[in-house]
Design a binder for this molecule. Structure first.
Ligand code: GUN
Ligand code: ZN
Length: 430
């Protein structure tokens, strides 16, 4: 008899609190022999395998053995159009954009190409255990339709928007202040809130927008404050110098957004590496989200994000791949890079903190933490089963582990898509 209920058995890991502010043993909820009940696409219950088996004898049981069951990964900042040019050699931010990124993004005026890459992107991210992404599209409305259509076909949660640029970009990749407003509004009305999709208002960054365009998008955001707004902030020092030259009235980089209605809760600021004290204080005051993109920050040579300082001061922080400035689609690899960046900055992030960032923390940064990013009754059943012995090198290390954190850390540091044993999206196994 099909009850419509599925009971997944394995080790389970969820969070009752943020492990940056609560001791790990209290913040994390781990069961050696745990279970997650899926019902109607949602998590119906979590607990010990014995208890849930007894309570739900009619459920279909899927025993994942020793695999670790957790929420799927949440990638809070990516560029799906950069999928095919990931790992392009030898440039820093502005040169990298001009040499590799803009020519590739130009191709997205072709709806068929956009659809091909969007499909490829979601297949890659799902195979890496990522069940929610927040991505930039390109200037072309077709690229937004392709993105949301591909997400919708796979039933994954996705956030994204048309990347607006009206200066300092090549022909064919510029709109105007008015077009940015009009196109974004049409796309927002078409996609925002449909199925599992959210429209993110997306000025690329201050150098590629005129003050008029930033103001137009600020006005759109004021009309739709429930939409997220995503952009880039203080990624490289020469980028900051450029911004200050383009906006002579601005007190700092953040002020170019603030002065045009683009600073607020719901704002997602990618990178945020080289911040002044005023910027840090203002971002905290408005409770904006800072998105750490560690593989990108090392790959493009941008700098070290101050995770310890910014979490201590109570900033809302998420984690992201930033593909294709980032060098991996894997949130495991991204956690490893966050660990390495932390070490270079003098603080070793605990595996619980890394895992929280990649799930509940990113969900919180996207303000979706009541729906995704954790194992708890009522949350959407976006889950993964992680094999903690996915390669011989990882297996021989994990064998010696004394606790779950020692068992998990080798997979964080050395794991990749091979560690993703199963993925559930909205309760459906992929
Ligand atoms: N700043 C503006 N655009 C981009 C982009 O596409 N990638 C990265 N890493 N930084 C940016
Ligand atoms: Zn980016």
């Amino acid at each position: 008899m099909m009850s419509g209920k599925t009971l997944i058995l394995g080790q389970t890991l969820g969070f009752d609190a943020d492990p940056f502010h609560t001791p790990v043993d209290e913040a994390a909820r781990y069961e050696r022999r745990g279970a997650v009940l899926i019902e109607n696409g949602l998590i119906g219950a979590t607990g010990s395998a014995d208890d849930l088996r007894a309570a739900h004898p009619d459920a279909d049981v899927r025993d994942m053995g020793d695999a670790l069951i957790s929420a799927g990964f949440v990638d809070a900042h990516a560029h799906y159009p950069q999928t095919a040019m990931i790992a392009s050699w030898g440039k820093r931010l502005i040169d990298w954009l001009n040499t590799y990124t803009f020519p590739e993004e130009s191709k997205f005026s072709d709806a068929a190409y956009a659809a091909e890459i969007a499909g490829r992107y979601f297949d890659l991210t799902l195979s890496n255990g990522t069940t929610t992404v927040c991505s930039y599209c390109t200037i072309h409305p077709e690229s937004v339709d392709a993105y949301f259509s591909a997400a919708q076909a796979r039933r994954v949660r996705a956030l994204g928007g048309k990347t607006c640029m009206d200066r300092n970009a090549p022909d064919g990749l510029r709109d105007t202040a008015q077009d940015a407003y009009d196109d974004s509004k049409v796309l927002l009305e078409k996609w925002h809130g449909l199925d599992r999709l959210s429209y993110a208002i997306t000025p690329r960054f201050s150098p590629t927008s005129t003050p008029e365009q930033l103001a137009a998008l600020g006005a759109l955001w004021a009309e739709h404050p429930d939409c997220p707004m995503q952009t880039h902030l203080s990624e490289q020092t020469d980028e900051i110098d450029w911004v200050l030259g383009l906006y002579p009235q601005a007190r700092d980089y953040l002020d170019t957004y603030e002065a045009h209605g683009l600073l607020g809760p719901g704002g997602l600021y990618g990178h945020a590496i080289h911040l002044t004290n005023r910027e840090r204080d203002r971002l905290r005051e408005v409770d904006a989200s800072l998105i750490h993109c560690p593989t990108s920050n090392t790959f493009i040579g941008s700098g070290l994000f101050d995770m310890a300082g910014l979490t201590a001061s109570g900033h809302r922080v998420g984690l992201a791949t930033d593909t294709g400035g980032g060098s991996s689609f894997s949130m495991l690899r991204t956690m490893a890079a966050a660990y390495e960046v932390g070490q270079l900055n003098g603080s070793a992030l605990h595996p619980a903190q890394l895992y929280w960032l990649a799930t509940a923390g990113s969900a919180r940064a996207l303000r979706l933490d009541s729906q995704i990013g954790n194992l708890a009754a009522g949350m959407e059943a976006d889950l993964i089963a992680l094999d903690l012995s996915s390669t011989p090198a990882i297996a021989q290390r994990a064998e010696r582990a004394g606790d779950i954190w020692e068992a998990l850390f080798p997979t964080i540091m050395m794991g990749d898509a091979r560690a993703i044993k199963a993925v559930w999206v909205g309760g459906q196994m992929r």
